[in-house]
Design a binder for this molecule. Sequence first.
Ligand SMILES: Cc1cc2nc3c(=O)[nH]c(=O)nc-3n(C[C@H](O)[C@H](O)[C@H](O)COP(=O)(O)O)c2cc1C
Length: 184
Amino acid sequence: MVKKTRSVRRFYESTPVLEQDIIDLIDLARLAPSGRNLQSLKYFYSNTKTLNDKIFPTLSWAGYLENWSGPEEGERPAAYILVLKDNKIKGNDTIDHGFAAQNILLGANEKGWGTCVLKSFDEVELSKTLNIPGHLEILLAIALGKPAENAKLEKVENGDIKYWRDEKGVMRVPKRSLNEIILD
Ligand SMILES: Cc1cc2nc3c(=O)[nH]c(=O)nc-3n(C[C@H](O)[C@H](O)[C@H](O)COP(=O)(O)O)c2cc1C
């Protein structure tokens, strides 16, 4: 599952992601490890065109792909989950959202959905357009939908970690080798 769970940035936009599926994924996020068990994360989700159309323009896609500014109409995500931090719950829990997001990605993969985590977004604009209360900070957006592209893992060559899209539209994603990451 981990090997198959790659970032997807093009989707069959007209295939809906059901609300119950999204709630199931948030339920997996709810059970993720949490520093001091503070559980300060909250979630906002969208699976309607009206809300999706508010979220999409605030996002930035695939910074390493030159000449591609993001999915076209028809291949955009059918749903989003936003991971928020509730700043009314005080404490040093800056890593929880990574664990929660990975639970969502794996759960979505099991259901056959593609996902992409996005951190590059206009937080002020996103918060405003969705009327997110001020004490909730948007940490991550997770795009969801039926995948319309494939990805293949590659070896990192000459230290180059930049992913690329090949002539068949397949995402090629370099990962560092075990030799490189395990200390002698
Ligand atoms: C914290 C974080 C932030 C990310 N932000 C973005 C983003 O803003 N836009 C985007 O297109 N992809 C984003 N990604 C996806 C990464 O580009 C992707 O995980 C990486 O290229 C490796 O590909 P893989 O997920 O298929 O292993 C983000 C991933 C993580 C974990």
